[in-house]
Ligand binder design. Structure first.
Ligand SMILES: [Zn+2]
Length: 160
């Protein structure tokens, strides 16, 4: 199916902690439930995202853009459900409360421009938060995600 949506997420594992290997483990189905009480709750969840952007701006890719990732869950965009079928999911390491870093906005903007080159249907109206396509169920990337900062960084890059 053509890719026509980009979904921005926020995640931290354990919740509120940054820099560990928990996110890598979750998205590669190798989370050890003994490592943290919270991991016991989520260890069986088969989820993935195409990319993660760490706090310092490093981009990690888990799933090829040619393949479906399991990031959106029950979701709907413009009346169309099952967003995993037609979207790319980008996770930012963060929480709903702690501001994301400038390095993350810069890396995300570069990634978005590259993806828009490859998948021109991802217009600026089709860059959304997980909370936009799963309202009431998901809150990420949260109020801490500054859409204006993303816009500012995107505007610094040439392709529109
Ligand atoms: Zn999410």
């Amino acid at each position: 199916m053509p890719i026509e949506l980009l979904v921005i997420h926020g995640i931290s594992l354990p919740p509120g902690e940054f820099g560990g290997g928990g996110i890598d483990a979750l998205f590669t189905n190798s989370l050890d439930p003994r490592e943290h009480p919270y991991y016991e709750l989520i260890a069986g969840h088969l989820v993935s995202a195409h990319c993660l952007i760490r706090r310092e701006g490093a981009v990690v890719q888990y799933v090829s853009f040619k393949h479906r990732a399991w990031h959106a869950g029950a979701s709907s965009f413009n009346g169309r459900s099952t967003c995993n079928d037609f979207s790319i999911g980008i996770e930012l390491e963060g929480t709903d409360e702690i501001p994301y870093t400038l390095a993350q906005y810069k890396a995300l903007s570069k990634l978005i421009r590259l993806l828009q080159d490859a998948y021109p249907l991802i217009s600026k109206e089709r860059i959304v938060g997980h909370s936009d396509i799963a309202p009431g169920r998901k809150t990420d990337p949260g109020p801490s995600f500054d859409w204006q900062s993303l816009k500012t960084e995107l505007n610094k890059l040439s392709i529109e």
